[in-house]
Design a protein around this ligand. Structure first.
Ligand code: CDP
Ligand code: MG
Length: 751
């Protein structure tokens, strides 16, 4: 009996004599009904998979489901349609035509470099091809690493959808503090940093049959280390397949690094992109960008716009301006759908950028560098490129790492322009002059490893038993000044002994996926009996800077609410602890967050992070203890990690860092910014550089703690030495123990 034959939507099912098939069908329908109610997640998925099977077999038998299951049937129809569409889409990707050739090449060679335009299907398809071809049959997984968290999550979601499975089952992802995989997982997208961590527990990566180092051209610090490590593993694991995949065409460097590994090129479709430059340099690129987007929207034929910005705050600003300005455009102008995308955007909102724009509307995607190669957004016809990105830079001499907005490289500018020519001819509007493109911009971006604080990397490598850093196989070695600085820092933290060997403290620190200073604070908290509290502080610090919010119309109430957490003036670390503790006592209530001007998203994240850290604490056998309100214990634990970040308020009222004599200020967001008189000695979590250098997350300490906690670093008689005048400030170390047994390069390297 076919549904469309009788056309009757009434409930007349089963009234007539049932055939055997009909009885079977009815039974299984009843089953879905029963299982379907009140179950979430997994079970529903199971039911759904059953249902798909059922519909398929019913369709084959020429029978359609009964009327009373219309809704379910329709839902299933929609899913089946979507699947078909997805499968068709997969076949249109450039890599599809080369599937067999690629699989053959992989079968014949252990290591292959795969190169193809962004959007050719490398990230989403190749792991699926390998899975389908049986590379996971033996129970070994396929790892595909991404330099960015968002990319790992969104690509995994997409692939799960294409494979018709629930995310976290056959396809999953693993990023710091979030593991969405299960025993079933065969294809695992992960950040490069996570695979690096897995080396700690599994130095031969034996649970993986294939490792794909994806987006290798990004040259993130973790990718660079991974390249060296997997190259080594491949030597003694001939069964391991290694794919290095890269978007741009400088693949030869990767091929050279892997002893002339063959390069597999996926020829891409690339349409012509018209490049337009501004005639004169722009004074304010944000203003110029907004104006350009609006102008494109009103004057140009349909096609979405992609605007590159430098970070979340900038994106939010532009989003607000665009919303305001488009409201006044009137009904004659098409709707402009604004889609932001940056690393911390909640997952629910990320999906929005992949949705096609509604008919008649135009989409503008406001993206960080993430849209340069990591994420492919279809339908972009116009790219607006201000020519800047936020990059990390590090000064080994002062030990400060900062995020600075800097001009991008030529390679980046070209890559960005190419985003507009994927589905048809595109246009790129560069908000800089042709002259500055040709004369001022660097050809390539400097690899991250050459401009970062290496303490964390060096600690991981030491934990992996790699002691000889000079002969580690770096594709581009980091400056030796930076390596030495990292070794000194780790020595000061007690992670390495004076012979440069990993200590027990260092081993524990390496297990925690945190900056070494924060890891040290947690390890030290055991001694001060406050591991519970330090765990909370660390989780809050890792969950992001947006803990409080401050609506403009309620600024004063919000400030007061915030100041309450800092009662007693103990500082920001204790304030963060207070926020979390009160939220926990409220039963993790969202309403509590609203009432106290706290961002509930940050809190939920902090809770997740805390759960992850709790498990790790168990692993490194740190006893969980609470100091029950003895905040000095917490502040001492913080000091044990951050003693190098000490500043003293001088007679002129300015804070000066103890080590390097830099003039720094308390960040206006700090609870200590409004304390009178300001504390004399403080430790801070980090320095943020804007027009001035600000200390963020500041806590008052007692100077004698420094001597007590870090005697190898500070000595009583020289803590308070007046600042010398004659020499350049950074060359002075008057406050630092003069004879500190500083390790030398020779102590560490086997040279
Ligand atoms: O890695 P590659 O740049 O070569 O391409 P990809 O990331 O595998 O993307 C291939 C296609 O998958 C894109 O053109 C998008 O249409 C689609 N895709 C998507 O719709 N949603 C995602 N989260 C990722 C990819
Ligand atoms: Mg990709």
């Amino acid at each position: 009996r076919r549904r469309h034959d009788d056309g009757d939507k009434g409930r007349k099912a089963f009234s007539e004599q049932e055939s055997w098939e009909e009885q079977q069908i009815r039974k299984s329908q009843l089953q879905f009904g029963a299982k379907d109610r009140g179950h979430a997640g997994d079970e529903y998925e199971l039911v759904f998979e059953d249902a798909v099977e059922f519909v398929k077999s019913a369709a084959m038998a020429g029978t359609e489901p009964e009327d009373d299951t219309d809704e379910l049937a329709e839902e299933i129809d929609a899913k089946v349609m979507l699947q078909r569409e997805l499968q068709d889409q997969r076949k249109t990707l450039p890599v599809y035509k080369f599937k067999d050739e690629l699989l053959k090449a992989i079968a014949e060679h252990q290591i292959i470099v795969v190169v193809g335009e962004t959007g050719s299907g490398k990230t989403t398809q190749i792991p699926q091809y390998l899975h389908e071809a049986g590379y996971t049959a033996s129970g070994k997984k396929i790892a595909c690493t991404q330099p960015r968290r968002v990319a790992a999550m969104s690509v995994a979601a997409r692939v799960a959808q294409e494979m018709g499975v629930k995310l976290g089952h056959e396809v999953g992802y693993s990023i710091r503090f979030e593991d969405c995989t299960s025993e079933k997982t065969a294809v695992k997208y992960m950040t490069d940093g996570m695979l690096l961590r897995e080396f700690l527990g599994e130095p031969d990566l034996s649970s993986y049959g294939v490792v794909i180092v994806d987006e290798a051209h990004e040259r993130s610090i973790s990718t660079d280390i991974l390249l060296g490590l997997v190259k080594d593993v491949a030597r003694f694991r001939p069964d391991l397949k290694l794919l290095i995949s890269s978007a741009t065409l400088n693949a030869d460097k990767f091929s050279d690094f892997f002893d002339m590994a063959p390069v597999f090129k996926i020829p891409g479709r690339r349409y012509k992109v018209g490049i337009h430059y501004t005639v004169a340099p722009e004074a304010d690129y944000v203003d110029a960008a907004v104006a350009t987007v609006l102008q494109l929207h009103v004057t140009q034929p349909p096609g979405d716009i992609l605007l590159f910005l430098t970070g979340q705050e900038e994106i939010e600003t532009v989003e607000e301006i665009l919303r305001r300005r488009t409201r006044g455009l009137g009904s004659k102008i098409a709707e402009l759908v604004i889609c932001p995308i940056y690393a911390n955007l909640p997952t629910e909102l990320q999906a929005k950028i992949f949705e096609p724009s509604p008919p008649g509307a135009r989409k503008v995607v406001l993206a960080t560098n993430i849209a340069e190669t990591s994420l492919t957004i279809d339908g972009i016809s116009y790219v607006v490129d201000p020519g800047f990105s936020k990059v990390k830079s590090y000064s080994p001499r002062t030990g400060t790492e900062s995020l600075l907005v800097q001009p991008i490289s030529k390679a980046s500018a070209d890559q960005r322009a190419g985003r507009s020519g994927r589905t048809g001819p595109g246009k790129c509007f560069r908000l800089f002059t042709e002259h500055s493109y040709k004369e001022d911009m660097e050809d390539e971006t400097v690899p991250e490893i050459q401009r970062s604080n290496l303490a964390s990397v060096v600690l991981s490598l030491r934990a992996l038993g790699i002691n000889d850093l000079v002969s580690f196989d770096f594709m581009d070695p980091p400056p030796s000044e930076g390596l030495l600085r990292a070794l000194e820092d780790l020595f000061a933290l007690g992670a390495l002994n004076s012979r440069g060997e990993l200590t027990k403290t260092g081993r524990r620190m390496a297990e925690l996926p945190l900056d070494p200073m924060l890891a040290k604070a947690i390890v030290a908290s055991e001694r001060y009996g406050c591991s519970e509290e330090m765990l909370t502080v660390a989780s809050m610090l890792s969950a992001g800077n947006a803990v409080f919010y401050r609506p403009k119309d309620k600024a004063l109430i919000a400030d007061a609410a915030r100041q309450r957490f800092n009662a007693g003036g103990a500082g920001d670390h204790v304030a963060l602890l207070n926020v979390y503790t009160e939220w926990e006592q409220s039963g993790y209530s969202a309403q509590w967050c609203v009432d106290h001007f706290v961002q509930s998203r940050t809190m939920r994240r902090a809770r997740d992070v805390r759960e992850q850290l709790e498990k790790l604490l168990e692993r490194v056998e740190i006893e969980r203890r609470s100091c029950a309100g003895d905040f000095d214990a917490v502040r001492k634990a913080v000091t044990a990690g951050f003693f190098r970040n000490t500043a003293q308020r001088r007679r002129d009222g300015f804070y000066r860092t103890l080590k390097t004599w830099r003039t720094v200020f308390v960040h206006p967001s700090s609870g200590l910014a409004r304390v009178d008189p300001p504390p004399r000695w403080v430790v801070y979590h980090e320095l943020v550089e804007t027009t001035m250098e600000y200390m963020r997350q500041v806590t008052e300490i007692k100077p004698e703690w420094l001597v007590e906690i870090a005697p190898h670093y500070y000595q009583e008689n020289n803590l308070d030495t007046p600042e010398p005048k004659a020499k350049a400030p950074h060359e002075q170390g008057a406050a630092v123990a003069a004879e500190k047994p500083s390790p030398s390069l020779n102590d560490f390297f086997n040279v």
